[in-house]
Design a protein around this ligand. Structure first.
Ligand code: NCD
Length: 305
């Protein structure tokens, strides 16, 4: 029931509203502390997660609400063969809103079509991850002061990386966005994503294999993990996993006001030495994710401060 499956389910005006609410939460948290008393969020996670699930939970608690759910498919009736549709109908009887992560593309959408409460897509296979994009948008807005006129480098696994797909969708609605797609041949951005967002000329792109060559022109560098769980064989993963490692030498090639982002978890893609560089914003991104999820839950439940 009218949850958020794709970042494009939210208009630019609605995104502006969410960004404004999130900013207000950071300034006036007490205004929000009891708004969802008596309400329940169900977190249905059929795939591993640290940030997404816990930030949804923290978001709900900080709004005065409660949380129920499961964090692995094995502990739910999915392991007995229950369908996503039946799970969604069932959980609608217990909760006011649902956040679902699932390895199958489209599963949260099926859940939303069958639930009587809103279902939020918390990541579906290699497809979409709209609430990570909300975290990303707030981070870009806060760090750069704008969401237009940006050159954004997307680096790593652009094939299976769902956060990248949702971020491109979101940014394609702002003016003068240029993407530099940095990946090995095997992990290039899928054609369907290019067709959807690059063919109408709203934003432009170039593709390269070299992070070094791209560094100097970027306003934002969005690093990603090679998505091991989506590979068909371990050999390919091992060969590709360390293609890009952002270290101090590469950071020296970047602009002074570069913003480095990563949805996390990181494996090897960013050297821990980069963490102390003021341009490293990935842990700020984590916190921004909680504020944006608070704003989204309030919006979907129709509650205003
Ligand atoms: C991302 C995901 O699950 O797609 N993690 C997250 O939610 N922050 C990125 C990843 O797992 O690589």
């Amino acid at each position: 029931m009218n949850g958020v499956n794709d970042i494009l389910d939210l208009s630019v005006e609605e995104l502006d509203e969410l960004l404004a609410t999130a900013e207000d939460i950071t300034v006036n948290p007490q205004k929000y502390a009891n708004l969802l008393r008596g309400k329940k969020l169900a977190t249905l996670f059929f795939e591993p997660s640290t940030r997404t699930r816990l930030s949804f939970e923290a978001a709900m608690y900080e709004l005065g609400g409660n949380v129920l759910g499961f964090s692995e498919a094995q502990s739910s009736s999915a392991s007995k063969g229950e369908s996503v549709a039946d799970t969604a109908r069932t959980v609608s009887c217990y909760a006011d809103i649902i956040a679902m992560r699932h390895p199958k593309e489209g599963a949260p959408k099926v859940a939303d079509m069958n639930a009587s409460v809103p279902v939020i897509n918390a990541g579906d296979g290699g497809h979409n991850h709209p609430t990570q994009t909300l975290a990303d948008l707030l981070t870009i807005k806060r760090e750069k002061g704008r969401l237009n006129n940006l050159t954004i480098g997307l680096c790593g696994d652009l094939k299976f990386g769902r956060t990248v797909h949702s971020l491109i969708a979101a940014m394609s609605r702002y003016e003068n966005i240029h993407f530099v797609l940095i990946s090995p041949e095997e992990l290039r951005l899928p054609e369907y994503v290019k067709d959807d967002y690059f063919t109408n000329g709203a934003c432009t792109y170039e593709e390269t294999r070299s992070l070094e060559n791209a560094m100097g022109k970027l306003d934002i560098l969005y690093m990603t993990r090679v998505q091991r769980e989506r590979f068909f064989n371990e050999e390919d993963y091992v060969r590709l996993k360390d293609t890009y490692i952002l270290d101090e030498e590469k950071m020296a090639l970047g602009k002074e006001d570069l913003v480095v982002m990563h949805p996390l978890p990181r494996v090897n893609e960013i050297s821990v030495k980069v963490d102390k560089d003021p341009r490293a914003c990935y842990f700020k991104q984590v916190l921004n994710g909680k504020y944006m999820r608070m704003a989204l839950i309030l919006k979907l439940l129709g509650v205003k401060a």
